[in-house]
Design a protein. Structure first.
Length: 291
């Protein structure tokens, strides 16, 4: 890895740590306020969000963020996953943490944390990803829970959050070899449900798919703005929809295939989900944790 890229990743990691430690999610907070607070802080510290702050509650596992004019708030029984990413010139770090406002799921949170720690302990060049998956599954089951089998960790590449190699959350039959300087995120999702997520009808996060011609001038302008600012990185509808004309233009870009969506992911049996995540660089004898 080039020294200049490493320096940017280290800086991105420091910014991400500061935002995560200062986000201070509280009972009664509005989802929209949490997301805006985190994203604004990232920019204030000299970086950009790699994707919209994910705030996924209870049985919602991933890909949820604030809607346009979102009135949802954090309740006293909520288990809240806060997943955030930071990038500098497309170089990304990604990490997640879970809050248990109910006080009833401490063991589940510990299971996810320990699964993450145990998997990281196995990271080094030459190890295959199925070894990490086995650690995650074994740890989750030791605590009496199951991992979510169709969610997992991933490699990170410039301007691509989910790239290349995947890190399973279960004992896969075959894995991919980790190489020195691979940038990866490990994220055990642990649940008391079925261990599988399904897509909901709702999507709040999007990504550019292709530039498809349209007669809608506002849609063309909006596409150009999004591409200039995000390239291949995900974004939230609330970032770009400020009035009715924006909404019409945004819907046109979805309809004609210019934008693709990330549907909100829910645990199949409505089980509660906990998640913790770190980003690291694979080294010869271990892992250099960035965030």
């Amino acid at each position: 890895m080039e020294e200049k890229d490493l320096e940017k990743l280290i800086k991105a990691g420091k910014i991400a740590k500061e935002v995560q430690s200062s986000i201070n999610i509280k009972l009664g907070d509005r989802i929209e306020d949490i997301a805006n607070r985190g994203e604004s802080k990232i920019k204030e510290l000299g970086a950009e969000p790699a994707f919209p702050n994910n705030i996924s509650i209870n049985e919602i596992a991933a890909h949820d963020t604030a809607m346009v004019k979102d009135d949802r708030t954090i309740g006293e029984k909520d288990v809240v996953k806060f997943d955030m990413g930071v990038h500098i010139d497309g170089l990304i770090v990604d990490g997640g943490i879970t809050y248990d406002f109910s006080g009833e799921y401490g063991k589940m949170l510990e299971a996810s944390k320990m699964a993450l720690e145990n998997a990281i302990a196995k990271v080094k060049a030459g190890v295959t990803t199925d070894v990490l998956g086995k650690e995650i599954e074994d740890t989750a089951k030791k605590y009496g829970f199951v991992p979510i089998e169709n969610l997992g960790g991933h490699q990170l590449m410039p301007y691509v959050v989910h790239a290349g190699k995947s890190i399973p959350n279960y004992s896969a039959r075959k894995g991919e070899v980790l190489e020195e300087d691979d940038l990866i995120a490990i994220e055990p999702f642990v649940t008391n449900g079925a261990g599988h997520v399904v897509e909901m009808a709702r999507s709040e996060i999007f990504m550019i798919a292709d530039e498809v011609p349209t007669r809608n001038n506002r849609a063309r302008q909006l596409f150009a703005k999004i591409f200039e600012e995000r390239k291949t990185l995900p974004f939230a509808e609330r970032w770009y929809v400020k009035d009715v004309e924006d909404k019409i233009a945004f819907r046109e870009l979805i309809r004609n295939g210019s934008l693709s969506s990330y549907p909100v992911l829910k645990e199949k049996a409505n089980g509660i989900v906990a998640q913790f995540e770190h980003t690291m660089i694979v080294e010869k004898t271990g892992a250099k944790i960035l965030f």
